[in-house]
Unconditional design. Structure first.
Lengths: 485, 443
């Protein structure tokens, strides 16, 4: 194995913000006071919040030190399955920080916002083309928000038909947020188990689909990283009973230019721009979750819609069947700019190639690690592969031990204990932006850890040893929550 | 392509390991009739330099400061953002990390969010704040759904002076639930009329925004007392977080839950998003809060560290019983807000809020002297409603040509308020800008 990436460096301690500073300091350059003071009624004014007073240097050192305790895609390989930690191109950040975009007010007349509206309009067209759907809204602020929007659209569709339905079918290989999105709309999620191949069988759906079921919510490719091969037949069954097919498109990064969801029976889907279209995850957000729909669902999309009239773009409100507004303004515009820049930089061929290489990388890892780790579904995968700790469990080593040990070698661990259908799951998604050398090193590292599991299991039980902190007491954190200082 | 590191040789050797001839072979599990065999109809790839030109062209069409003098707030505010905040926020360890599922490798994000939760709670006078939500509208909608869950009642009353677009989002969220939303009218002083509450029973929550959409400061204490007398939860909202540098905090006035927008705290307007939904409550309701929470704990050696906590409320543990479907927080926006609050500081935020207030008062008084109507006489913060003479639309358009945006026309939101405009002044508007506006309005 090549020299490990894991090393120790000079990591500095840093107290909490309010343990620093001194009254009277300030890190903000005050604008000139060019008007007379005008005190507000004392009945209305408070003491002001108890914030520390810090200088600019205090603030800069504080966050620089904190940043050094973090690991990002720019630091190294981050193969979190289902999360798609691909590289976030730097030019996208630059475009999103152009002053015409950052300074734009969302409620000015359309004539003063043409650039933003044109970009949004074009971006919707690009997403329509990639998904094969008819129309797109950019308003949902994250993937789960898109799921909720999609469910609201399904609800509105059935309401318009004059007969509301009460259930939605949600497979066990669906994303964790799916059942909650369903419940939020007043539907009851009906679970269905995938077959021994890890995908949905036509029979299982035929058995439970009925006239009281509003539709199905399929993650495709699913959370086992497998393509739902029976999707067209399943869509036919659901449609025949008057239901709609929702596709959680979070894994669209596997099939850009290879599969158009609109052509295979999907009625509505969300895209996660922070996954498929390379926008950074920001330690948990902001995301962006556009929703694309087939023609018969267009009337239900959120308002306002961006409309083109003679090369001029306007925001149109007049859609009486619309579900309404899902965000205060136009969604995560700053994130949308980055995804737009990505599509423009990649072009059609490279988008397709990105999917192909993501699938290549995942299959390569699956093939080379399947002797080391247990592979519950040994068949070609899409963009991610799911192993389990079954082999190591006999040595009293669990998934989490291997995950923590990876940190000592300079890798972020894969997703663990998800999907729930695989006990002790280790879900690896390398993405297309990892090179063969880095992937080889990841594979060799995992093999070395498997050897350690046999020969020196304590190394794993006590891992990580080279991070800022050792394993943390999560039980006490939840039992006696301390959420503010 | 610079983001795709594979050489032809890499691809060839990897395919060999898989026993595949070409990349298409890898998609053998996708049935033939599911495959798209054409070429995507998208514009050809641009070089980095072509993209720069293209995006600059789009960006240059936008009406922004300093070229334009924008007197519009209405939930999206122009405030100065220190270069240090933007610079620190660009640290790629923050930007390119995921939700901190592996705490040992994410202590930077976790401590920063714990600090954000603390500062947000202190700003609002509340005991607990979440790791953040999408925006003010969705935070408020979640606050109301939370009140419904806590009280097991199915009706909420919201002020008609809550931001009109927030109210529309609430309607969308509540649409399929069967829960009822009642709107409370407003008085001619520009604050919420709560007399109707006396007739309403079984309310889960009463929601009030302060400063409200007209910029008027509501008497939260009296309203909160009224809600509590009816054994109803009191939900406070806000669009201008900076106001609480100066005003009494919602927590100190009896708010049970607070849901509002933190964009003012160091986040660019960016055409309305991404934004910062702030959601806070008392400890009593902590376990009913939707969304991520960071908690303090110890590691094996007894060293202080931070983790995501109370995850059983969330969807990946009890899928069907989750408190919400939220799986993200606007983490980087929360981080920006924490950096901003730390930079401005306790002494500074009060001073800055006072300056904002004083500048807005200056313009209000000047316009009043110039004969412009000020229809609501309640005290305001940063924003206020004016009634221009009828036909002002033409003047408004004429001012646009002079790159002055003289407020937001209120009639689309409140049809009864023809010729009424909502004006906003922050620390970014100079006396000179305001004098110019007054002069133009007079002429």
């Amino acid at each position: 194995m090549k020299e490990s990436l894991g090393a120790t460096g000079l990591i500095l301690n840093e107290p909490l913000l309010w343990e620093k500073g001194k009254k009277g300091r300030c890190g903000f350059s005050f604008p000139r006071r060019d008007v007379e003071p005008c005190p507000l009624d004392e009945e209305l004014t408070g003491e002001g919040p108890d914030f520390p007073d810090l200088s600019e240097v205090d603030v800069v050192r504080h966050y620089t030190r904190l940043a050094q305790w973090n690991f990002g895609v720019d630091t190294g390989m981050y193969p979190l399955g289902s999360c798609t930690m691909k590289y976030s191109p730097k030019t996208n950040e630059k475009q999103a920080s152009l002053p015409g975009f950052t300074g734009a007010h969302p409620l000015l007349p359309s004539s003063l916002s043409q650039g933003a509206l044109k970009m949004m309009f074009e971006f919707e067209q690009y997403l329509n083309e990639i998904t094969g759907m008819y129309a797109t809204t950019l308003q949902p602020a994250a993937g789960a928000h898109g799921e909720f929007t999609g469910m609201l659209i399904i609800y509105a569709f059935h309401k318009k038909q004059g007969a509301q339905r009460s259930k939605i079918i949600v497979p066990d290989t669906a994303h964790g947020t799916n059942p909650a999105s369903v419940s939020l709309c007043g539907f009851r999620p009906v679970p269905v188990t995938s077959n021994e191949q890890g995908i949905l069988s036509v029979e299982a759906i035929a058995e439970i689909m009925d006239q009281d079921t509003a539709g199905i919510m399929v993650t495709n490719p699913n959370t086992l990283g497998l393509f739902e091969e029976n999707i067209q037949k399943i869509a036919q069954i659901v449609h025949a009973k008057g239901g709609l097919v929702y596709c959680d498109g979070a894994n669209m990064n596997a099939v850009m230019g290879m599969v158009k969801m609109g052509n295979i029976g999907i009625d509505v889907m969300q895209l996660n721009l922070h996954k498929t279209f390379s926008t950074p995850h920001g330690g948990g957000g902001p995301g962006s979750g556009p929703v694309s729909v087939a023609k018969h669902l267009e009337p239900f999309l959120p308002v306002p819609r961006v409309v083109e009239e003679n090369n001029t773009y306007i925001l149109a409100e007049d859609y009486p069947d619309s579900i309404g507004k899902i965000s205060a303004f136009h969604g995560a515009f700053g994130v949308i700019i980055k995804a737009y820049s990505y599509i423009r930089s990649m072009g059609p061929e490279n988008l397709k190639k990105a999917s192909q290489l993501a699938v290549l990388n995942a299959n390569y890892i699956k093939e080379r690690l399947k002797g080391t780790l247990h592979l519950p579904y040994d068949r070609p995968c899409m963009h991610e592969c799911v192993f389990s700790d079954k082999h190591q469990a006999t040595q009293n080593i669990a998934t989490l031990d291997m995950a923590k040990r990876l940190m000592d070698y300079g890798f972020h661990p894969p997703t663990v204990h998800f999907p729930l259908v695989v006990p002790g799951a280790i879900m690896v998604e390398p993405t297309e932006t990892e090179s063969k050398e880095d992937i080889d090193q990841f594979i060799e590292t995992f093999k070395a850890i498997a050897s350690e599991a046999r020969e020196n299991p304590d190394l794993l039980h006590h891992a990580p040893k080279s991070c800022k902190v050792k394993r943390l007491d999560e039980v006490t954190a939840a039992r006696k929550p301390c959420l503010t200082g | 392509m610079i983001y795709l590191p594979h050489t032809d040789e890499d691809i060839f050797s990897m395919l060999q390991v898989l026993g595949a001839d070409n990349l298409d072979d890898l998609f053998s599990t996708v049935p033939e009739d599911c495959r798209f065999t054409g070429d995507l109809n998208l514009p050809e790839a641009l070089s980095e330099w072509e993209l720069n030109d293209h995006m600059s062209t789009l960006s240059n069409t936008m009406a922004v400061s300093p070229e334009y003098k924008v007197f519009v707030g209405a939930g999206s505010y122009e405030h100065f953002i220190p270069a240090s905040v933007s610079y620190l926020l660009g640290r790629s360890e923050f930007v390119t990390s995921y939700t901190p599922y592996q705490p040992e490798m994410s202590q930077g994000t976790l401590q920063a969010i714990y600090e954000y939760q603390t500062l947000a709670a202190r700003l609002l006078g509340m005991e607990v704040a979440t790791a953040s939500h999408y925006d003010g509208a969705t935070a408020l909608a979640e606050a109301l759904l939370m009140a419904v869950r806590i009280t097991k009642r199915k009706k909420v009353a919201i002020s008609s002076l809550i931001h009109p677009l927030y109210r529309r989002v609430i309607q969308t969220y509540f649409g399929p639930t069967g829960y009822e939303v009642v709107e409370l009218p407003y008085l001619n002083t520009g604050v919420t009329d709560t007399t109707g509450l006396d007739e309403m029973d079984d309310l889960a929550a009463v929601a009030i925004q302060s400063p409200n959409f007209f910029g008027c400061i509501e008497n939260l204490q009296v309203l909160g007392q009224k809600a509590h007398d009816k054994k109803t939860l009191f939900v406070a909202s806000f669009t201008e977080a900076l106001a609480y540098g100066l005003l009494k905090s919602p927590g100190s006035q009896g708010a049970d839950i607070v849901g509002g927008e933190g964009q003012s705290l160091g986040i660019p307007r960016s055409f309305g998003g991404p934004a910062l939904g702030i959601l806070a409550s008392g400890k009593k309701h902590m376990r009913s809060l939707p969304g991520r929470l960071v908690g303090k704990t110890k590691d094996l050696d007894g060293k202080t560290g931070f983790v995501l906590t109370l995850a059983t409320r969330e969807q990946h543990i009890r899928r069907e019983k989750a408190t919400s479907n939220i799986c993200t927080n606007n983490s980087l926006c929360a981080l920006a807000a924490a950096m901003y609050m730390a930079s401005v500081g306790g002494t500074g935020i009060r001073k800055l809020a006072q300056l904002n207030h004083d500048k807005a008062e200056y313009l209000k008084n000047k316009l009043k002297k110039a004969g412009v109507g000020i229809p609501f006489d309640s005290p305001t913060f940063n924003e206020f409603v004016v009634e221009f003479p009828s036909g002002f639309e033409t003047t408004h358009k004429h001012l646009l040509e002079k790159k002055i945006i003289a407020g937001l026309c209120l009639s689309p939101y409140y049809p009864e308020l023809a010729n009424h405009y909502l004006l906003c002044v922050t620390e970014t508007r100079s006396k000179n800008d305001m004098d110019t506006l007054v002069r133009e309005v007079k002429s």
